[in-house]
Design a protein around this ligand. Structure first.
Ligand SMILES: [Zn+2]
Ligand SMILES: [Zn+2]
Length: 265
């Protein structure tokens, strides 16, 4: 399996650098790594929705317009296809903080359901050593996204079932989710036309051998059997992270995912 589209690139990590030059670097690195289509998806919580906490900046559609303009300028310089997205959020109370105006500015929409590290905003409390409860919360939030009124406007579910913040315990946590539950969840995503991301940052801590035996292969095999659509996401926070792309390709290959099952955008 070789991915040629990556819809999950962050470009606002070095606060001192201007957006367009960071995007330019990302595009050059993407090309070197065999990508043909890339999308920029910054974290975004529209200020019109309460509850964003401290981590999210006070943003509105003007931010998306700025990104769109940078994408337009970058598109003039490159033969790669460049898209404007955002990584929105799924709040603890079920909020997906996007307005209609936001949606009109986006080529695609990425929504995560498992930012468990953002306690008080997207997770109710710390789950350390409560792995079963952690797994149950992720099942609940996955279904919260797929049953949300905006579900059919969502393009990609970001890093599905990645217990963000508990990277070392991924297998331990996912073991609590039986096949039947994975199946019910992915069917809902499939029916709403939401592609499941295969995120290379999620799996960057595994060796290829460990990955083949990991819970990720079980999850993506079930999703493939249920007829889901998939998309690659590097979740790039620095171009060196393209080094993990191969690991995501390994997961896809082991799960039997083929080119025809990848999102066409
Ligand atoms: Zn994320
Ligand atoms: Zn991200």
């Amino acid at each position: 399996m070789f991915f040629t589209t990556d819809l999950h690139i962050h470009s606002d990590y070095p606060a001192q650098a201007d957006r367009l030059s960071v995007m330019r670097e990302c595009a050059a690195a993407a090309r070197k790594n065999g990508l043909e289509t890339i999308g920029f998806s910054e974290h975004y919580w529209n200020r019109a929705f309460p509850g964003k906490g401290r981590y999210y900046e006070d943003r509105g559609p003007e931010t998306l317009r700025e990104i769109r303009e940078a994408v337009r300028m970058l598109q003039e310089e490159t033969s790669l296809k460049i898209l404007t997205g955002c990584e929105s959020e799924y709040g603890m109370d079920g909020t997906i903080p996007l307005t209609e105006e936001d949606l009109s500015l986006l080529d695609y929409v990425v929504v995560p359901h498992s930012h468990l590290n953002y306690i008080g905003v997207t997770a109710p409390h710390d789950y350390t050593d409560h792995w079963k409860e952690c797994a149950e919360y992720m099942v609940q939030t996955f279904r919260g996204v797929t049953s949300h009124p905006l579900a059919d406007r969502i393009t990609v579910l970001a890093h599905p079932f990645e217990p963000v913040g508990y990277g070392e315990h991924q297998n331990e946590i996912l073991r609590w989710i039986p096949d039947t539950q994975f199946r019910e969840c992915v069917r809902e995503a499939r029916d709403k036309g939401i592609a499941l991301e295969i995120n290379s940052l999620t799996v960057h801590g595994f060796s290829p051998e460990e990955l083949v035996r990991s819970e990720w292969v079980r999850f993506y095999t079930i999703a493939r059997e249920e007829g889901c659509t998939f998309v690659y996401g590097s979740d790039l926070h620095g171009t060196a992270q393209f080094a993990y792309k191969k690991l995501a390709e390994t997961v896809a290959g082991e799960a039997g995912i083929t080119d025809e099952m990848m999102l066409q955008i």
